[in-house]
Design a protein around this ligand. Structure first.
Ligand SMILES: [Fe+2]
Length: 282
């Protein structure tokens, strides 16, 4: 099998018959949700034009987590129950799942989105614990950081198949990917970010999320995503107990925070929203 060349990757990513675009309704809804001038009614009427999005939001608003006594059947009430921050996160999550749905294998999409939501939520919680406000960009960056994997599956399914045969593509690391297929998901992620017109900071997270934590003295969004990715094995464990032993480079921004507090906060949030995550991914 020919290794993937940069040129072939770039052509594949730019070929708009191959890769999905981000759903326009999701982008427009995000803009509305992030605009303090928008009214709930404006957001609701935009969402009502997308029946699958409306259905998902109603499903989440009616889930046991929100414990509503009466069934919510209007999108306006659902938006009030969920709040704009959660709505924005849900829109992005549903959007990215629907963008790749039908283009990659369902099991792979389930694994990818499950990990991506975990990292996105961790980014959001760590930013809260650290008292930083990134206006939700940290959730987007966490959610999209690994989409280079999805792009490889779409552009070069035979190379994706080889990676799968040789181990877990999510944990094998960029060097092994390079050695096996001639490219890694971070390079492809950067191309995808450019093709999607994502903000530079999100593109940087897609390109650099496996780099060393050594330079992350100050809290930045790329550093936050690297840290959340680094914590993923701890987050996936049942008990966060031994996580206090996660070694951090000297002067890392998280070394002034309590790692146990962070991990417990992330675990609590994940437990709370586990049902929502399952509803979104199913
Ligand atoms: Fe990755």
């Amino acid at each position: 099998m020919e290794p993937l060349s940069f040129q072939r990757l770039a052509e594949g990513v730019r070929d708009n018959t191959l890769l999905p675009s981000l759903p326009a309704a999701v982008l427009a809804a995000q803009r509305l949700v992030n605009n303090p001038e928008s009214s709930i009614n404006q957001i609701a009427s935009l969402l009502e034009a997308d029946p699958s999005m409306t259905l998902k939001l109603l499903k989440v608003a009616n889930s046991a987590y929100y414990g509503m006594r009466r069934r919510i059947d209007s999108i306006v009430t659902a938006l009030i129950v969920l709040g704009l921050r959660t709505t924005n996160q849900l829109l992005q999550t549903v959007g990215i799942i629907s963008a790749f749905s039908g283009r990659v294998e369902p099991d792979f999409l389930q694994d990818l989105t499950s990990r991506s939501v975990l990292v996105a939520m961790a980014c959001s919680v760590i930013a809260d614990v650290a008292g930083s406000r990134f206006n939700g960009v940290e959730y987007t960056a966490g959610l999209l950081h690994d989409m280079g994997h999805a792009a490889i599956h779409v552009i070069a399914p035979e190379h994706a198949g080889l990676l799968k045969e040789m181990g877990d593509p999510f944990t094998m690391g960029c060097e092994k990917e390079q050695a096996l297929i001639g490219a890694d998901h971070c390079q492809v992620g950067k191309l995808l970010a450019e093709a999607w017109g994502l903000p530079d900071i999100v593109a940087e997270c897609m390109a650099t999320h496996h780099r060393s934590l050594d330079g992350d003295k100050k809290l930045t969004i790329p550093g936050l995503v690297r840290f959340a990715v680094y914590l993923t094995p701890c987050l996936a464990r049942e008990e966060p107990g031994e996580t206090a032993h996660v070694p951090l480079p000297e002067g890392h921004f998280a070394s002034v925070l309590s790692l146990d507090d962070i991990l417990h906060a992330v675990k609590d949030r994940l437990d709370e929203v586990g049902e929502i995550k399952d509803l979104l991914i199913s």
